[in-house]
Design a protein around this ligand. Sequence first.
Ligand code: SF4
Ligand code: SF4
Ligand code: F3S
Length: 266
Amino acid sequence: ETKPRIPVIWMHGLECTCCSESFIRSAHPLMKDIVLSMISLDYDDTIMAAAGHQAEAILEETRAKYKGQYVLAVEGNPPLNEGGMFCIHAGKPFVEKLKMMAEDAMAVIAWGSCAAWGCVQAARPNPTQATPIDKVITNKPIIKVPGCPPIAEVMTGVVTFITTFGKPPELDRQGRPKMFYSQRIHDKCYRRAHFDAGQFVEEWDDEAARKGYCLYKMGCKGPTTYNACSSVRWNGGVSFPIQSGHGCIGCSEDGFWDKGSFYDRL
Ligand code: SF4
Ligand code: SF4
Ligand code: F3S
């Protein structure tokens, strides 16, 4: 209670804003507790009251006042084609603003598959040259929190770890927090017993689908997807895609749009 709240700058590049939509629905901890008691969200394009020059001034102020102490959270990625003109912030290419704010940050978080891997805007043929943030911020570790979007409680869990311990959580070799990304969806899937027993859905809405059999033959990517959906689940632990009857499309994996072939069956 006596510790000053960590300043957070939340920037948006090319993205759809559903990472923010996910974040604000966190049930444990509640987003209001994060924003009002745990961090000082000093800048966020989508939910801050300030605008224009007033908003831009916050960035300079944060760099000067909290050098090496603030967290830079990035949703989306910078497009590098044509000098970065596909994403302009306050008259400048987003990539410039991103590099400038990363320079003095204590930690950088890459929210979602856009910031971590590139996501849909980087899918072939990637006309804007959308680029994951670790390709342009190369002088400090990036905490990658992939998913399209990531699970709300995974996002707030990462923030809680940093505010509690004052350092990033332990990361795997791809830069993802081990506590949430060390297992595949398949490892904890409640339909796994059906996979092991060779009981598969063969057609949408067949008898096997009604019985809740395994979705592997319908293209489920759970066996190759690292994420916490089958353990943490979504909507405060209520459900996740497979529980709703749809296979995992591997939304937290690098290049899932190009590799995906979501509905390819075996
Ligand atoms: Fe949207 Fe997915 Fe990108 Fe998040 S990772 S901003 S949900 S497209
Ligand atoms: Fe694995 Fe997918 Fe089958 Fe679940 S539904 S057991 S994740 S293949
Ligand atoms: Fe994404 Fe698969 Fe989870 S599609 S939301 S990683 S179950």
